[in-house]
Every structure is written in structure tokens, then in C-alpha cells.
Design a protein around this ligand. Structure first.
Ligand SMILES: [Zn+2]
Length: 56
């Protein structure tokens, strides 16, 4: 436990890889250069959870 799992997904804002991280609702991909780079890819399920919390 502890280490984020590295992926082969590239950060859209930086030329580095993303790592899988756990958010409050679901998993998302964050940049390995965080906090220097704030690049982030949120999974659809995470967005859905956000919308549900916001509007229902
Ligand atoms: Zn980045």
C-alpha cells in the first residue's frame, strides 16, 4: 500500500505520465508532476458522483 500505481497515460498539460489516485468519490488520474502541474483526468464515474452530489 502507499504508492500510486503508474500508468502509461500521458498528462494533457505536461509530457509526463499520470498516476492513478483515489479521490473522495472515485479514482482519477493525476500528473506525476503534481503540484507543479495540475493536470488531471477524471473518470466518468467520478463526474457522475459529483453531479449526483451537486444536484440531488
Ligand atoms: Zn501534468
Amino acid at each position: 500500500m502507499g504508492h500510486d500505481s503508474a500508468t502509461t497515460i500521458r498528462c494533457p498539460e505536461y509530457k509526463s505520465f499520470m498516476v492513478k489516485r483515489k479521490g473522495p468519490f472515485s479514482e482519477f488520474y493525476g500528473c506525476t508532476n503534481y503540484p507543479e502541474c495540475n493536470g488531471k483526468i477524471t473518470l466518468v464515474s467520478d463526474i457522475t458522483a459529483h453531479l449526483l452530489k451537486k444536484y440531488f
